[in-house]
Ligand binder design. Structure first.
Ligand code: BES
Ligand code: MN
Ligand code: ZN
Length: 502
């Protein structure tokens, strides 16, 4: 973890500044380069010429390093087109790309064109989020001895102001718990199954201060789940040698603080999705270690909310199961009973996420006084087809909640887009033998999955369903503050929603 702080004087010998693409001096001429160092004055002219000679372009995700005079190393990170007001996400990504490139360095100062508190917060977040490594399963000493940038100082003339300092602290909490989310996703199913996931979270709750911090955790075992009627979690988990779990983490603000809102967060926790008897093709199956990304995000987000002492109450539910093939596995045509009594005909054991979520959504709603319920899941391949790998979907039974969520998530840099739940698709989930089938129309598969979940949520309770199938896991190249592997998507928006008390 990078230590994040603010400074208004340059003492480090590594300096990170922005590099933007300016207008060509004349029509058809070469684009000029513009160094953007925010509150730090820099003699830019000669550097811009050198950078141009070197072929630097200033486009996003370009990082160029040159030796400096007053500092040892100058790091130029691309901002894209020159602007008088860079977007916060542009700053976050530029800081992230630079931080990613500073492996094994002790300390660097980031002077980027942040114009306000949110801008400085974004630079701090980007620097923190970019400095991530996952080498737990390597033995090569050269690799394991690598460390991420140890300290990032954000250069700003407001360094002494309390609200700016607070933003740096918040950025490091966000980075810390995003790293937990990413670590959980990146840990393979050989090492992370429902049992070890639950154990890990017990340890994390303790490390976060436990009861002193307003946190508690309970874990239901497979016998308890079976006897209490959690038919969804049981059916999905029964094909595996690693039994299922239901983890609950509760946070209530400590002291005399009366929570302003009560939320339930439910996250899909399939520690490996082989597809079950509807076995997935081998090509790409390895990415299904990330099918617990929703559970990881909700579990880490409640710890972040507790660390930030937000005055809201949050109940997190993580239904954990491994979807495997065996003589005990759920068969197509099996009928199961979800917690609360609804029956489901399992036509496709690969549509398992909705089954574990249905149990958890039902249980979560038994708690009194909820203001809203959120679920987050790597639920459908159709989500990736519809919105690609970097934009997640939002579905809802409450437009006001959805709009509020989209507004706060925008400030985090996480991309979400609203999707409908058309009533005419509901009929496709009819079963001739049970209350509901677990698959319906293939067309609009993301929406059908949302409609399935809606059957398990009270119409009176504002509900958001977040499908993060594409954005949860990056199997391409790293970019901005996003590494290869688990991205940690969802955590920032959930924390922002709690902070804004939407
Ligand atoms: N975990 C998958 C969805 C998924 C696909 C997540 C790609 C991330 C990347 C989910 O359990 C699944 O298998 N869904 C099926 C549903 C279908 C059988 C109705 C799908 O989307 O193909
Ligand atoms: Mn599946
Ligand atoms: Zn799945």
């Amino acid at each position: 973890m990078t230590t994040l702080s603010l400074t208004s004087s340059l003492t480090d010998d590594i300096l990170v500044v922005g590099l933007a693409q300016g207008q060509p001096a004349r029509k058809g001429g070469k684009a000029t380069l513009v160094i953007e160092s925010g509150d730090l004055a820099l003699d830019a002219k000669s550097l811009e010429e050198i950078l141009s000679d070197m072929g630097a372009t200033g486009k996003a995700d370009e990082v160029v390093k040159i030796p400096g005079n007053s500092v040892r190393l100058l790091v130029f990170t691309g901002l894209g087109k020159v602007s008088s007001a860079y977007g916060h996400e542009t700053l976050r990504r530029a800081a992230g790309a630079a931080a990613r490139s500073l492996i094994n360095q002790k300390s660097a100062t980031f002077a980027l064109p942040a114009r306000d508190l949110e801008g400085v917060a974004a630079v701090a977040q980007g620097a923190g989020l970019g400095a991530y490594l996952f080498n737990e399963f390597r033995s090569d000493e050269v690799v394991t001895s690598n460390s991420s940038l140890a300290s990032a100082k954000i250069y700003t003339s407001h360094a002494a102001k309390a609200e700016y300092k607070e933003a740096a602290v918040e950025a490091s909490v966000i980075a810390q718990y995003t790293f937990l989310t990413r670590d959980l996703i990146n840990t393979p199913p050989s090492h992370l199954n429902p049992v070890t996931f639950a154990e890990r979270m017990s340890a994390e709750v303790k490390a976060a201060g436990g009861a002193r911090a307003g946190l508690s955790i309970t874990v239901m075992t497979e016998t308890a789940l079976k006897s209490k009627g959690y038919g969804g979690i049981t059916a999905v988990g029964q094909g595996s040698a690693n039994p299922p779990r239901l983890v609950r983490i509760s946070y209530t603000p400590t002291g005399k603080v009366k929570p302003a809102k009560r939320y339930a967060f439910v996250g899909k926790g399939i520690t490996f999705d082989s597809g079950g008897l509807a076995l997935k093709p081998a090509l790409g199956m390895e990415a299904m270690k990330s099918d617990m990304s929703g559970a990881a995000a909700v579990c880490a987000s409640v710890l972040a909310i507790a660390a930030l002492k937000l005055p809201v109450a949050v109940d997190v539910w993580a239904p954990l199961a491994e979807n495997m093939v065996s003589d005990n596995a759920t068969r197509p045509s099996d009928i199961i009973t979800i917690y609360g009594g609804k029956t489901v005909e399992v036509l496709n054991p690969d549509a398992e996420g909705r089954l574990v979520l249905a149990d958890a959504l039902q249980r979560a709603q038994e708690e009194k006084g909820l203001d809203a319920i959120f679920d987050i899941a790597t639920l459908t391949g159709a989500q990736v087809i519809a919105l690609g790998t970097r934009t997640s979907a939002v579905m809802t039974n409450n437009e006001a909640l959805s709009s509020a969520f989209l507004a706060v998530s925008q400030s985090t840099g996480e991309q979400f887009w609203p999707m409908p739940l058309p009533t005419e698709l509901r009929a496709s989930l009819d079963s001739p033998v049970a209350d509901l089938a677990n698959i319906g129309d293939r067309m609009g598969g993301m929406l059908v999955a949302g409609i399935f979940l809606k059957e398990f949520v009270s119409d009176d309770l504002p509900w958001l369903h977040l499908d993060i199938a594409g954005p949860a896991y990056n199997d391409r190249s790293p970019h901005g503050y996003t590494p290869v592997g688990g991205t940690g998507i969802g955590l920032r928006s959930l924390v922002a929603a709690a902070k804004a008390q939407i």
